[in-house]
Design a protein around this ligand. Structure first.
Ligand SMILES: Cc1cc2nc3c(=O)[nH]c(=O)nc-3n(C[C@H](O)[C@H](O)[C@H](O)COP(=O)(O)O)c2cc1C
Length: 352
């Protein structure tokens, strides 16, 4: 069955699949460019995007901001006519500057989660960049869309609804994070109902994309049948040749069993889904005091004196090739992954 196109205002996306942003260093130019080339939306993660640069250790924010246009340019070379954008987490230290840099670089879309992006419309005003919040409940959708209506008299260009089955940081309590994915289906109509009101008022399509636990075409069709316009998928893209993660990270995905996927307590104050390894064992036995601050999170989200470990260091370690002593974020479906593929083959499998 051919999947329907995705329309976001004046933007037409041939395949209704967004490749979810994966920090640190997992979704950069190569993965996003190749997904966009295949007709989906390719998302570069802005989280510590400059971690490979020589100036990163001493000036991480400067390095990250300088890398944003370079990474997009590289992705555009792969997909000159593709739809490309950034995932920028609300908890990011100096979030506004990252958003500004992405807009100036010419991002088609910005997706913002890990908190409610209350100020995003003000930053994206007068630009062509489409904006989308990541929300995990009807309550969050209601609060955010009302806030944007009241303060900016506008609404979202599209919305990503992220379920507890997603990878990385989760917008749920520790108990909810283990909830069966099917139970979350009950939340979806409530979210769609709230979105419908804003769709009518602003005469915009506001497509809703489902994220978290989407594995195959059957899952995509399920969420389309429930009223979504597409999906955001991340974990399945990790085991592609084009994914920017190192080989050891991809191997950790291929070797993981269902028992290896666990919920950890992130310093960000949210649960996170990751692969069990010596690092996740180590953090159970007490805090690992940070040796250096990579300035990733705003003070509100990180108190250096009390955090159990440095989230940036742990993710940089795995992105740099140490899948044993670094943190390997992953979604709930990865035990089903058995072999490497390519973005082309995966998109073909999902769409044909
Ligand atoms: C390795 C990894 C890193 C991630 N990093 C981020 C991130 O930096 N920001 C974010 O908003 N979501 C992040 N996510 C969540 C994904 O963008 C996506 O919404 C989610 O994983 C979808 O579920 P799936 O992996 O089951 O497809 C990450 C997910 C993974 C697997």
């Amino acid at each position: 069955m051919k999947l329907p196109e995705l329309t976001i205002d004046d933007l037409t996306v041939p395949v209704p699949i967004v490749q979810g942003g994966m920090g640190v260093g997992i979704s950069l130019a190569s993965l996003s460019g190749n997904v966009a080339k295949e007709g989906g939306i390719g998302i570069i993660s802005a989280a510590q995007i400059g971690f490979k640069r020589a100036d990163f250790f001493d000036h991480p924010i400067k390095a990250n901001l300088a890398q944003i246009p370079l990474e997009l340019e590289k992705a555009r070379k792969i997909a000159p006519n593709g739809v490309l954008g950034f995932n920028i987490m609300v908890a990011t230290n100096r979030y506004e500057e990252y958003v500004q840099a992405a807009i100036e670089a010419g991002a088609d879309v910005i997706i913002s989660g890990a908190g409610l992006p209350l100020k995003l419309p003000a930053l994206a005003q007068n630009s062509k960049t489409k904006i989308a919040p990541v929300i995990s409940s009807a309550k969050a959708a209601k609060i955010l869309l009302h806030y944007w209506e009241k303060h900016f008299d506008l609404t979202a260009d599209f919305i990503v609804v992220e379920s507890p089955a997603a990878g990385g940081h989760l917008g749920f309590s520790y108990d909810e994070a283990e909830m069966p994915l099917a139970d979350f289906d009950q939340e979806l109509p409530k979210i769609l109902k709230i979105v419908a009101r804003f769709r009518d008022k602003y005469q915009k399509s506001i497509p809703v994309l489902f994220a978290g636990g989407v594995y195959d075409q059957k899952d995509i069709l399920h969420y389309l049948a429930l009223g979504c316009s597409g999906v955001q998928m991340a974990s399945r893209f990790v085991t592609t040749k084009e994914c920017d993660a190192p080989a050891s990270f991809k191997e950790a995905y291929l070797n993981a069993t269902a028992e290896d996927i666990q919920i950890i307590k992130s310093p960000v104050g949210m649960p996170g889904r990751a692969i069990h390894n010596p690092f996740t064992e180590k953090i159970k036995s007490g805090p690992i005091p940070p040796q250096h601050c990579y300035q990733c999170l705003s003070r509100k989200h990180c108190d250096r004196k009390t955090i159990p470990f440095c989230i940036s260091k742990s993710l940089i370690d795995s992105a740099a090739g140490d899948a044993q002593n670094g943190l390997v974020f992953a979604g709930s479906t990865i035990a089903r992954l058995k072999e490497m593929t390519t973005v082309h083959e995966l998109m073909k499998e999902l769409t044909e």
